[in-house]
Design a protein around this ligand. Structure first.
Ligand code: ZN
Length: 434
């Protein structure tokens, strides 16, 4: 038996008063973080300790009444997350924790203990969950969760986290299950290249395209592909409206309510596109993990500039689009998510994901193995210039064949990390617009 831990995200069905109550909890959690950060950075080093921090939090919760809307467990979780942020900093994985600004912080509340949740299935399609200090809330039942008579010490919900995005409040469960170790997968091996034209090109000639094919040239970003023509027109209209409203703003003046409402509408459309993209990725990766035993991908490195401009979930960077190119950052983000999904889905089915460092895969011919100048005809076509070979095909498909070849010929391999921690580089000065 092997222990497996995973998350499951559900959207909560909340009336407006409960949305307001959760917003208040999230703001209290953020305020508590800021108070804690203040306390920690002002305190002399010899007086800083976990116990002293706990006492300070208790004091703050009794002195400031609006902090009391936050459940005690969630307040404890804020301290735990804060200490973890410092540990990540001391061990070189992240920058020092900082203040959380109201408009730039993802709203979230921790529910660290699974037993507080009392998850129950009430209908074929609906479940109920208990949110501390709020009560029972309905959610869509889309996955069998280990609750009721299915729950035991090996299989259970260990905790959850409430997260708000542009589409509303969600609950992300942390789940732990015991599973029989899978038999080795008997399927074939496959190489995959992530391309611009064909999103996932497979070495056996198949491909999985990403979203709707861009019919018009105005599909400016990858995310736009997931919207239909009406939605795209609406997005453009909203963006124009936001730009127009912004042009009336004076320096030092905050965002007006009207402008903020337009920004919220834009965010909702973008979140809808992202939800569709994630849905496609889940379906595609499940299909691939079912079919193939070993999936080989190129070991790509996310450029430090994209990583640093994007910031972290707690502290997103500003003007990421201008700094790193929206297109690239979204493609990279999506590719990272695909790899995470492939890693756990292949492992679950007895297969594996492998990464090979594969420079020049797009230039080498996969039939004769030679890199002849001019073989890559265009972004999409590859035709070998080597006399006596003349292999022709899709350029992404050619790269995928090369990647599989490198793996099968025992090229030095880099083990595929489950959730690779991307070491954040120093903040790079944004490149000036060209
Ligand atoms: Zn050739």
């Amino acid at each position: 038996m092997v222990k497996r831990q995973f998350g499951h995200r559900v959207r909560l069905v909340l009336p407006p008063d409960q949305v307001a109550a959760l917003n208040a909890q999230a703001h209290a959690a953020r305020a508590l973080w800021n108070l804690l950060h203040d306390w920690w950075t002002m305190m002399p080093r010899r007086l800083r300790s976990l116990a002293a921090a706990e006492a300070a939090i208790r004091q703050a919760r009794s002195d400031i009444d609006w902090l009391a809307v936050l459940p005690a467990q969630a307040a404890q979780a804020v301290l735990k997350t804060y200490m973890k942020a410092w540990r990540n900093c001391w061990e070189g994985r992240a920058e020092a924790p900082a203040f959380k600004a109201r408009l730039r912080t993802v709203m979230s509340v921790d529910i660290p203990q699974g037993r507080d949740l009392h998850v129950k299935r009430v209908h074929r399609r609906w479940g109920m969950v208990n949110i501390p200090k709020m009560g029972r809330v309905r959610f869509r039942w889309t996955k069998n969760l280990p609750v009721g008579k299915h729950a035991n010490t090996g299989n259970r919900i260990t905790g959850a986290r409430l997260v708000k995005d542009a589409l509303g409040w969600h609950l992300a469960f942390r789940i732990q299950v015991l599973e029989v170790e899978p038999e080795p997968h008997a399927g074939p091996e496959v190489g995959i290249d992530v391309g611009v034209n064909i999103s996932l090109a497979l070495s056996d000639g198949n491909h999985h395209s990403h979203g709707r094919p861009a019919r018009t040239k105005d599909a400016r970003t990858d995310r736009d592909k997931w919207l239909n023509d009406n939605e795209k027109a609406r997005l453009l209209e909203l963006e124009c409206r936001a730009a127009h409203r912004k042009s009336f703003g004076k320096p030092g003046q905050g965002t007006s309510r009207r402008l903020q409402r337009t920004y919220d509408q834009i965010a909702r459309l973008r979140a809808r596109a992202k939800r569709r993209a994630v849905d496609w990725q889940h379906k595609t990766t499940t299909l691939l993990a079912d079919q193939y035993s070993v999936i080989v991908v190129e070991d790509l490195h996310i450029p430090a500039m994209v990583a640093s401009a994007r910031g972290t979930l707690q502290e997103p960077g500003r003007n990421v689009a201008q700094k790193a190119g929206l297109n690239r950052s979204i493609t990279q983000e999506a590719w990272g998510r695909t790899l995470v999904m492939l890693t756990y889905k292949t492992a679950q089915r007895g297969g594996a994901l492998r990464k090979v460092p594969a420079p020049g895969t797009s230039l080498r011919c996969s039939a004769c193995g030679l890199t002849s100048p001019g073989s890559r005809r265009s972004q999409a076509r590859f035709a070998c210039k080597n006399t006596g070979c003349g292999w022709e095909g899709n350029a992404d498909h050619n790269a995928a064949r090369n990647i599989l070849h490198l793996y099968q010929t025992g090229h030095p391999l880099v083990p595929a990390a489950g959730r690779a921690v991307v070491r954040r580089a120093r903040r790079v000065k944004p490149a000036t617009a060209r």
